[in-house]
Design a protein around this ligand. Structure first.
Ligand code: ADP
Ligand code: ZN
Length: 605
């Protein structure tokens, strides 16, 4: 197919002016009838790689999709663009399913979405050959692999589908990049000399930041209230804390709901639905929340607790900014959390499992304390060489931390920990330790006799905050450990550091930087989004239309489209059509309504 023809299809049906990286190449391979494997990051635009070919040729494109909720959204989205699509899964009753089969027999659809369970049912397989299936797209193809994060045994049987349709090309799509998963996909789906497309895993519209976690709830509230109209996901470690955060945010005027495996399926899907439909702003979730959320306008992802691996962190943060607009990823972190995670891992009984968990956690903790570009560090972790050493949009690039030699204060600190334990037979918490170092003769210090220790008052060179930050760093790096009741004790590396001459360097946390008066200043938490009254009006209009039609707002227009409209303020239908995300059908359905809203806004200004 000619380049210009593909461009036309892209604009007419989807309203887009340009392909995203690799989309065109993948589409070319698909239209060529080749098997292909497409690895693109979340938000890379994988769906278009089979949706556009479905319009460029005669038959039906069969799409295997693992999530029922997602299927309906995808089909709604296609229908909103005037594309004949349907789905078959267990959510349909008998008459709905019969109507769908009927349409398929008549050749009424260009795309058919099915669940993997349905795809391998004998009754389905028997009918399949009648429908002129042109190609098969396997979405979330990593589900075929046990090495991935969402193994689905039915995926292993999908080659049955292909056997019913000999010679039909298969396009496998995933955002999970590891080599083992890739091999499994090719093997289990019986891909035949597939063309492989691997996109960059860089997400240029995401910023990455780590905040020293101090008064976490307060920090979170400040963060969310500074972004009153934006959608965000808060990931927490436990069900309890997801519940509690949702309650507190909601009480503070940030509409929020929890999502975790302890809720019933009905509660979960209700909360998810509220989120997708922009009825609530924030979802407070455990890692149970994720796959199947293709809400494109998630503006921020906050990790309230440190994730267990970089893989998890990348996946979870990846749910921000699918629409390509600037979005923020924030990790709340301190050394105490690191120690807590290590402690959990030590409880794992199986040795192999424990080692594995430990290895993954260490990488994550290194990322949290990384003094250089976080984006570069993420990309390298996934085996990609970053284009620039300095990305200009992570905390370390924007505001590089100062590296300081802390060998002497660290040794004072470690020996003070040692002396306290030697003297009293029990350890102390961080605040007490700092009191001893600073020579504060508090009641506790005196009653335990810690004012008589040789390390009493030897640490006047640092402030209390600086000592606490150093403790946090030494915990994270495994020089210190937390015992019962969060008391401090030396870890093996700490004992070793006291004996050896090894120097200890650390990146001074940003919040301690000299001259920065108020810790965690406004700059660090200023939202990237911009106030825009017209944008908010268009968003309200979109919400009304979406509710009338019973679809999520993003099915009508994406935030990116609304941003462009509120910036350009088109006055004619032709102007309107020039907006990214406006194709022929949406122009006809919504053009007048949105133009009228823009004109009314202009008149009122
Ligand atoms: P993925 O499945 O890879 O995570 P999607 O297929 O859901 O990504 O696409 C993410 C978003 O990007 C969707 O809102 C989609 O409409 C939009 N999109 C896809 N291709 C383009 C394009 N060429 N130009 C602009 N937006 C696009
Ligand atoms: Zn950077």
């Amino acid at each position: 197919m000619q380049t210009a023809e593909l461009d036309d299809l892209l604009k007419h049906h989807f309203g887009y002016d340009a392909f995203r990286p690799l989309q065109r190449e993948i589409i070319d391979a698909v239209l060529d009838g080749r098997d292909a494997l497409a690895l693109l990051p979340t938000g890379g635009g994988k769906s278009l790689c089979y949706q556009l070919p479905a319009l460029a040729s005669g038959g039906v494109t069969l799409v295997i999709s693992p999530l029922i909720a997602l299927m309906k959204d995808q089909v709604d989205g296609l229908r909103a663009n005037g594309i004949a699509a349907t789905f078959l899964n267990s959510s349909l009753d008998a008459s709905e399913a019969a109507a769908c089969y009927d349409g398929l027999d008549r050749g009424a659809y260009r795309l058919l979405y099915v669940s993997p369970e349905r795809a391998v049912m004998p009754s389905f397989l028997a009918r399949l050959p009648r429908w002129n299936v042109e190609r098969i797209a396997v979405d979330e193809a990593h589900c075929v692999s046990e090495w991935g994060h969402d193994f689905r045994p039915e995926y292993r049987r999908l080659h049955d589908v292909r056997e019913r349709l000999p010679g039909t090309p298969v396009l496998a799509l995933t955002a999970t990049a590891t080599a083992r998963v890739r091999e499994d996909i090719e093997r289990f789906l019986h891909l035949d000399e597939p063309e492989r497309f691997v996109g960059s895993f860089n997400r240029p519209n995401l910023t990455y930041r780590v905040f020293e976690k101090r008064d976490a709830l307060k920090q979170l509230l400040a963060w969310c209230t500074a972004r009153p109209n934006e959608s965000g996901i808060i990931y927490a470690q436990s069900r309890n804390s997801a519940e509690e955060l949702a309650r507190k945010l909601d009480a503070a005027g940030v509409p929020a709901r929890p999502y975790h495996a302890g809720l019933t399926a009905a509660q979960r899907s209700r909360n998810q639905e509220l989120f997708i439909r922009d009825e609530i702003r924030v979802i407070c979730a455990t890692v149970a929340f994720g796959m199947g959320i293709n809400k494109p306008n998630v503006r921020y992802v906050v990790h309230y607790d440190v994730p267990k691996s970089i893989e998890g962190y990348y996946q979870e943060t990846g749910r921000a900014g699918r629409d390509g607009l600037p979005s923020e990823c924030v990790l709340f972190f301190n050394g105490g959390d690191a120690a807590k995670q290590r402690h959990f891992i030590r409880q794992i009984e199986d040795e192999h499992e424990r080692d594995q968990a430990d290895r993954l956690l260490r990488k994550m903790l290194d990322f949290a304390a990384e003094p250089h570009c976080r984006r570069a560090s993420l990309l390298r972790y996934f085996g990609e060489e970053p284009e620039h050493a300095n990305c200009g949009s992570c905390d370390n690039c924007l505001n590089p931390p100062e590296e300081v030699d802390v060998t002497i204060p660290a040794r004072k600190l470690l020996s003070c920990v040692y002396r306290i334990r030697a003297h009293s037979g029990f350890g102390s918490g961080a605040h007490h330790l700092v009191d001893v170092l600073l020579g504060n003769a508090t009641e506790k210090v005196q009653s335990w006799g810690h004012d008589r220790l040789s390390t009493f008052g030897i640490g006047s060179e640092l402030s209390k905050d600086e000592w606490l930050a150093l403790i946090s760093d030494l915990l994270r790096r495994g020089y210190l450990e937390e015992g019962e009741h969060r008391t401090l004790q030396l870890a093996n590396d700490g004992v070793e550091a006291l004996r050896s001459e090894r120097s200890i360097v650390y990146a001074r946390p940003r919040f301690l930087k000299k001259g920065a008066k108020r810790a965690r200043g406004a700059r660090e938490s200023a939202p990237v989004s911009y106030e825009d009254a017209l944008f908010e009006r268009l968003r309200a209009l979109r919400k009304r239309l979406a509710d009338e039609q019973g679809v999520p707002p993003y099915v009508i227009f994406s935030d990116a489209t609304l941003r462009e409209l509120s910036g350009r303020k088109p006055k004619t239908l032709q102007d309107f059509l020039a907006t990214s995300g406006v194709g022929d059908v949406k122009l006809e359905r919504y053009g007048e309504t949105f133009l009228a809203e823009i004109a009314a806004y202009d008149a009122a200004e």
